[in-house]
Design a protein around this ligand. Structure first.
Ligand code: NAD
Length: 482
């Protein structure tokens, strides 16, 4: 069986423990490869390599760092098919989605920061009394980058690319549930000529590798994407050590649809924003609020379209919905569907596991599910389900829907559908969310801040800000005689 290896000091190596974790193919429900069960000893080895690489890498001219990042971006693009197949097999997502979104965006992360580092500038301030202040922005040292399973290579590269572009060395830990594309990235980095030790990828469990990275006194900066609870436990350990932290956490995003929207555009995009990647995107809109004038029409059309989504083999071009990422996750999502029923919700479509074993797929499929009739404060509408399950609710006024939208502890993203420009501005100002999409969804410009407010995260950054996050600012003040 294929063994995934750690990437430490420029080499692909076995974990020190020599023990491995089963890696499942979600569509088939079968183990298809093995993941290093690394621990603090592998982290120590990676740290040694990163510390050794840091003095040279941090002083390597920006242009050289940029060229290597661009090479990595190009190699990701050249290997798009292989990477997309690996991502789809590892995660259960439709191959077409991995080809169209995940892998191109991973490549773009590297090419964006390859260019951004060239144009990155630090500030200088002239004081009238005869002094100049400037800000030295220096790479910090060894950064830990910890990422989740839902958009594996995309989110992994969103952290690694700016960290190494800014001159840091990195120890990165992909999710133990979807490690394959991170493993393939190791090979790409070797081929791109990334100096040894600049990026080290240590595979394994969060409570072992992730916890060792978080607690290590020699790792002063952590960029984490994952669940809010995990973020909280990382913050508890890292805060007393005064580590620099970026936490991108969970969401429970509202989609708000007004009567005056461009109906067809809204309907098509709302299907995508609700169910893309089986609803397992932190930015998916899982609470859909629809103004009363079009509620009945929306309900009929939406349910009809959702019922037509084809759940099946991720490799088939006609598949809209693949498998959920793991058995445990599928069971969690099913338990929320049961909870919704217990809370008085009416299942309009879906609501159950789908058995595709006749097609040789013994994995974890759930029919896309639409529920109505739930109070905005019930658990189904407050907790992150992170699966193909959405609620729909009518509303009358802007004030009413703002109360609903802002009622959760989360504040990651939101979508508004209206042709009324003033209303969209008013609402955008009042919604508790780090991202407000108006008449669109998932459009990203890497120059803008990404992330959430409230319990959806801290350290929201975009473009150059991310480069700033991965540098240590130092004020140098020079006094001179006038
Ligand atoms: P998770 O928190 O379980 O795991 C994320 C990563 O943290 C994994 O690599 C895991 O091994 C590691 N980890 C687990 N325990 C750890 C610990 N104690 N110390 C250090 N690391 C630890 O999240 P997940 O289930 O992989 O991903 C789903 C969650 O991620 C959802 O809540 C989703 O909303 C969130 N997410 C957020 C964003 C965002 O940008 N805000 C993007 C994608 C996913």
């Amino acid at each position: 069986m294929k063994k995934i290896l750690n990437y430490i000091n420029g080499e692909l190596i076995e974990p020190k423990s020599n023990s491995y974790i089963d890696n499942f193919e979600p569509a088939k429900g079968e183990v298809y490869s093995l993941i290093p069960d690394s621990d603090e000893n592998d982290v120590e080895l990676a740290l040694q390599a990163a510390e050794e690489a840091f003095p040279t890498w941090s002083k390597t001219p920006k242009e050289e760092r940029s060229a290597i990042l661009k090479k990595i971006a190009d190699l990701i693009e050249e290997n798009l098919d292989t990477l997309a197949e690996a991502e789809s097999r590892d995660n259960g997502k439709p191959l077409a989605l991995a080809k169209k979104v995940d892998i191109p965006r991973a490549s773009h992360n590297f090419s964006f920061y390859s260019s951004a580092i060239i144009h990155f500038e630090s500030e200088s301030h002239d004081m009238e009394i005869g002094a100049i202040n400037y800000t030295l922005r220096q790479p910090i040292g060894v950064a830990a980058c910890i990422s989740p399973w839902n958009l594996p290579l995309y989110l992994f590269s969103w952290k690694i690319a700016p960290a190494i572009a800014a001159g840091n060395c990195v120890i990165a830990k992909p999710s133990e549930i979807t490690p394959m594309t991170a493993f393939l990235l190791s090979d790409i980095c070797i081929k791109a000529g990334l100096p040894k030790g600049v990026l080290n990828i240590v595979h394994g469990y969060g409570h072992k590798v992730g916890a060792a990275l978080t607690a290590h006194p020699k790792i002063p900066v952590i960029s984490f994407t994952g669940g809010t609870q995990t973020g909280e436990s990382i913050a508890k350990v890292a805060a007393p050590m005064f580590k620099k932290l970026s936490l991108e956490l969970g969401g429970k995003n509202p989609t708000i649809i007004f009567d005056d929207c461009d109906y067809d555009k809204m309907l098509n995009t709302t299907i995508r924003s609700a169910f893309a990647n089986q609803g397992q995107i932190c930015l998916c809109g899982s609470r859909i609020y629809v103004q009363k004038g079009i509620y009945d029409k929306f309900k009929k059309d939406f349910v009809e379209k959702v019922s037509q989504l084809k759940v099946g083999n991720p490799n088939d071009k006609s598949t809209d919905q693949g498998a959920l990422v793991s058995k445990a996750h599928m069971e969690k999502v099913l338990s929320y569907i049961q909870l919704a029923k217990d809370e008085g919700g009416k299942i309009l479509c879906g609501g159950e596991q789908i058995d595709l074993s006749a097609k040789g797929l013994n994995g974890w499929f759930i029919a896309p599910t639409v529920i109505e009739g739930l109070d905005h404060l019930c658990r189904t509408n407050q907790e992150e389900i992170f699966g193909p399950v959405v609620t729909i609710t009518p509303f009358e006024t802007e004030e009413e829907v703002l109360t609903y939208a802002n009622s959760t502890k989360y504040g990651l993203a939101s979508s508004l559908w209206t042709e009324n420009l003033s209303r969209s501005q008013r609402m955008a100002q009042k919604i508790h969310a780090g991202i407000v999409w108006v008449n669109c969804w998932l459009l990203r410009d890497l120059r803008t801040p990404f992330g959430g407010v409230k319990q959806s995260g801290v350290g929201r950054e975009g473009g150059f800000e991310v480069l700033r996050f991965f540098t240590e600012p130092k004020n140098v003040c020079i006094r001179f005689e006038n």
